[in-house]
Design a protein around this ligand. Structure first.
Ligand code: HEC
Length: 176
């Protein structure tokens, strides 16, 4: 019985060693720093630094790859999270998003952070600093909701000016 266990152990170790030759690509694509959320109008520096610390690893092109991201098969799981995180929302591409897209992302940021769904639980497990305090949750959510209000007002103002342009006015301002 003991022998069988030893054999299984040796086979597993062998598979693990061979698996190390298979590695997913870990890339931080080059990006225009001007498009970063850091340059987003009015974003408080403390919100940026918190999000840099707890969101940027999966939602930016500035991922810090931990040492275990070198180890197969963990690396496949990490690269997968980073790729799908970036695809859904990339803080390095923030400046390239339309106002409508930014609005819906802000809405989702609020929901995800308020409900403690982001950062992902497995990430929080490995990064104790990523466990947000109530005050940090409030700080991010206040920014996200305040920013949505500002975008709403901006859109309203825009539609008002374009309405005015559409209505023909005569020079006296009286209706004919
Ligand atoms: C460990 C990686 C990881 C970290 C860290 C992380 N996320 Fe995510 N996030 C993901 C993944 C993966 C998805 C896509 C989930 C899916 O497809 O169901 C996602 C999705 C989202 C979405 C949905 C985007 C959309 O509208 O489609 C938001 C918003 C979000 N994350 C916000 C955050 C915020 C804010 C932080 C930091 C407080 C954060 N995330 C930290 C991995 C991460």
């Amino acid at each position: 019985m003991k022998k069988t266990f030893t054999r299984i152990g040796v086979v597993l170790l062998g598979l693990f060693v061979v698996a190390q030759f298979f590695r997913p690509e870990r890339i931080n694509p080059p990006t225009d720093p001007a498009a970063s959320v850091r340059n987003y109008k009015g974003i408080p520096p403390e919100v940026i630094s918190k999000m840099e610390a707890v969101c940027f690893d999966c939602h930016s092109n500035e991922t810090h790859w931990p040492w275990y991201s070198n180890v197969t098969p963990v690396n496949y799981l990490i690269v997968n999270d980073v790729n799908s995180g970036r695809r859904r929302m990339n803080f390095s591409e923030w400046g390239n998003y339309s106002p409508g897209k930014v609005h819906s992302l802000l809405d989702n940021i609020y929901d995800q952070v308020y409900n403690h769904e982001m950062p992902l639980p497995k990430y929080r497990l490995l990064h104790p600093a990523a466990r947000l305090t109530d005050a940090e949750v409030k700080m991010i959510c206040d920014w996200a909701s305040g920013e949505q209000d500002r975008l709403d007002q901006q859109a309203e103002m825009k539609s008002e000016t374009s309405d005015q342009q559409k209505v023909p006015h005569d020079s006296t301002g009286t209706k004919k």
